[in-house]
Design a protein around this ligand. Structure first.
Ligand code: C2E
Ligand code: MG
Ligand code: MG
Ligand code: MG
Length: 280
């Protein structure tokens, strides 16, 4: 098609590159105002225990509704926020929202831990223990209502300091998960290095789960985790078939579109009350 348009192809490509660049500049600029402009909100995606047929927690996932570009994925804006350091403000905002929500649910007698995704950049630059301590006393909330998820990129950073911060969080009673487990280069060695309660097996293990080799690896991770006293939540389950294979391999903590997409707080509450739409 580019050939057909002859000379115009240059104009075409330049325009397109320009548009991408402009989008990035505008989004980076606007992200700094996203909180005060009330464009951010949080959805909660449930995690389930297949054995007990119950919701065992939710993960807070931040969303950005931009006035002209519409929905912007966290895949795009979290990276941006990390590059521009806006992740500090964004994370504290998310934390506050999660604490407010956890408090509301706890008052309703619903004990549903909310997991917050923490960027390594945030952990490296902030006194995480201090922040959680302040929040816990401000909201007078039991630490079992909160959890944190940390991604595997920790390998590339200051390990000592991250380990210390994770230990301090766990001493406060906050459970710590390793997110996207299996996507990094040194997954297994991290199990021996990091103080963890849970690993979240990445969706890539579930994709093509028909593959026998993949099943062997998943089974191995599950039994290894069990002996290390780690829970395993398997991410990204979309079909009944995937669930069947996982349960055959011994997995029973799950999160995925098959059970529930991320929902607003009211949607989660409805789901808890009905325990329907839960294919269990
Ligand atoms: P994550 O923490 O691994 O979150 C899981 C992502 O997979 C979410 O995408 C979720 O909607 C999606 N997902 C869940 N089940 C399924 C499924 O069955 N199929 C498919 N295709 N996808 C599924 P989301 O919400 O777009 O978030 C993407 C990533 O952005 C997250 O990955 C997390 O690393 C990051 N993120 C989101 N919110 C925050 C935040 O507040 N702070 C930080 N630091 N990172 C965040
Ligand atoms: Mg996560
Ligand atoms: Mg994850
Ligand atoms: Mg993932």
């Amino acid at each position: 098609k580019a050939k057909e348009s002859g000379k115009n192809q240059y104009a075409f490509y330049t325009d397109e590159m320009g548009e991408e660049r402009i989008r990035r500049i505008i989004l980076e600029h606007d992200l700094r105002r996203a909180i005060e402009n009330e464009q951010l909100f949080i959805l909660y995606q449930p995690k389930f225990n297949i054995k007990t047929s119950s919701i065992v927690g939710v993960e807070a996932l931040t969303r950005w509704q931009h006035p002209t570009y519409g929905y912007v994925s966290p895949m795009e804006f979290i990276t941006m926020a990390e590059e521009t350091n806006y992740i500090m403000e964004l994370t504290e905002w998310t934390l506050e929202k999660a604490f407010v929500q956890a408090t509301e649910w706890s008052r309703m007698g619903i004990s549903l831990p909310i997991a917050i995704n923490l960027s390594i950049k945030f952990i490296e630059n902030k006194n995480v223990k201090g922040i959680f301590e302040d929040m816990l006393s401000k909201y007078k909330l039991d630490p079992s209502y909160l959890e944190v998820e940390i991604t595997e990129t920790v390998m590339y950073s200051n390990m000592e300091q991250i380990i210390q911060q994770m230990n301090q969080l766990r001493q406060l009673g906050i459970r710590v998960s390793m997110d996207d487990f299996g996507t990094g280069y040194s997954s297994i060695s991290l199990l021996n290095t990091l103080p963890l309660d849970t690993i979240k097996l990445d969706k890539t293990f579930i994709d093509n789960i028909d593959d026998k080799n993949k099943q062997v690896i998943i089974g191995g991770i599950l039994s290894m985790a069990e002996q290390l006293n780690l829970s395993v939540v398997t991410e990204g389950i979309e079909t009944k078939d995937e669930e069947e294979i996982l349960t055959c391999l011994g997995g029973y903590l799950v999160q995925g579109y098959y059970y529930s997409k991320p929902k607003n707080a009211a949607g989660v509450l409805k789901m808890i009350r009905e325990q329907k739409g839960v294919h269990l």
